[in-house]
Design a protein around this ligand. Structure first.
Ligand SMILES: Cc1cc2nc3c(=O)[nH]c(=O)nc-3n(C[C@H](O)[C@H](O)[C@H](O)COP(=O)(O)O)c2cc1C
Length: 185
C-alpha cells in the first residue's frame, strides 16, 4: 500500500507546469472518487471538468473563480467543478450529508492526483451562481462545492512575488493533541 506516500506528498500548489494530463490520469482520478464512501451510498458527487487546451470552455471555468484564484489557477492543466446533489435518488429525500460526502470524494480526487504524479488545489473562492449557470444546473437539485485545479507542479519562481512567497511559506498544521481527544471513562 503506497497510500501514505500520497498523503505525505500531497499539497496545494499554485505554480503549474505546462504539460498535458493524459486520459489515463484523468480516469484514475475520477475512478478514485467513484469509490468514496457516502451516506446511504448516495454518491452525491458530480464532476464537470475542462482541459486547458479546450481554451474557450476552460476560460469560462476560470471566469467563475475569484480574481485571486484566477491568477494562478489559469495555469493548471485541468479545472474540475465539484457539485453536490442535494437529494437522494431514493424517494428524493434531502441528503444532509451531500456536501460532506462530496468533500470526501474530493479528498479521494486530490490524493489520486498526487498518486498520478500531479497535484490538486481545491478552491472555495468562486462564484457558485455563475458556475451553476455555466453548467446549467438546477439550483433546487445541485450545489457547486469547489473548483479543483490539477496539473504538474511547476516552478514557484514563475509566480508573481506575493504568490511566490505564499508558495514557499512553510505549511502549518495544528498538533494532533489539539485536534484529537481520546474519551475515557
Ligand atoms: C474547501 C476548500 C476551499 C479552499 N479554497 C481555496 C481558495 O479559494 N484559494 C486557495 O488558494 N486555496 C484554497 N484552498 C486550499 C487551502 O488553502 C489549503 O488546502 C490549505 O491551506 C492547506 O494547505 P495544503 O493543501 O497545501 O496542505 C481550499 C481548500 C479547501 C479544502
Amino acid at each position: 500500500m503506497k497510500l501514505t506516500e500520497a498523503f505525505k506528498k500531497r499539497w496545494s500548489p499554485r505554480a503549474f507546469e505546462d504539460k498535458p494530463i493524459t486520459p489515463d490520469q484523468i480516469n484514475a482520478i475520477f475512478e478514485a472518487a467513484q469509490w468514496a464512501p457516502s451516506s446511504m451510498n448516495g454518491q452525491p458527487w458530480r464532476y464537470f471538468y475542462a482541459m486547458k487546451n479546450d481554451t474557450a470552455v476552460f476560460n469560462q471555468f476560470v471566469d467563475c473563480l475569484v480574481p485571486a484564484n484566477q491568477l494562478w489557477a489559469q495555469n493548471a492543466g485541468m479545472l474540475i467543478i465539484s457539485v453536490a446533489q442535494k437529494h437522494f435518488d431514493y424517494k428524493n429525500r434531502p441528503n444532509t450529508y451531500a456536501m460532506h460526502d462530496t468533500g470526501a470524494a474530493n479528498a479521494y480526487i486530490v490524493l489520486a492526483a498526487t498518486g498520478q504524479g500531479l497535484q490538486a488545489h481545491q478552491m472555495g473562492g468562486f462564484d457558485k451562481e455563475k458556475a451553476a449557470e455555466l453548467l446549467k444546473l438546477d439550483p433546487e437539485k445541485y450545489e457547486p462545492a469547489t473548483v479543483i485545479a490539477i496539473g504538474y507542479e511547476g516552478d514557484a519562481r514563475q509566480l508573481p512575488d506575493e504568490l511566490m512567497k505564499r508558495e514557499q511559506a512553510p505549511r502549518t498544521r495544528l498538533d494532533v493533541e489539539e485536534i484529537v481527544k481520546q474519551v475515557k471513562e
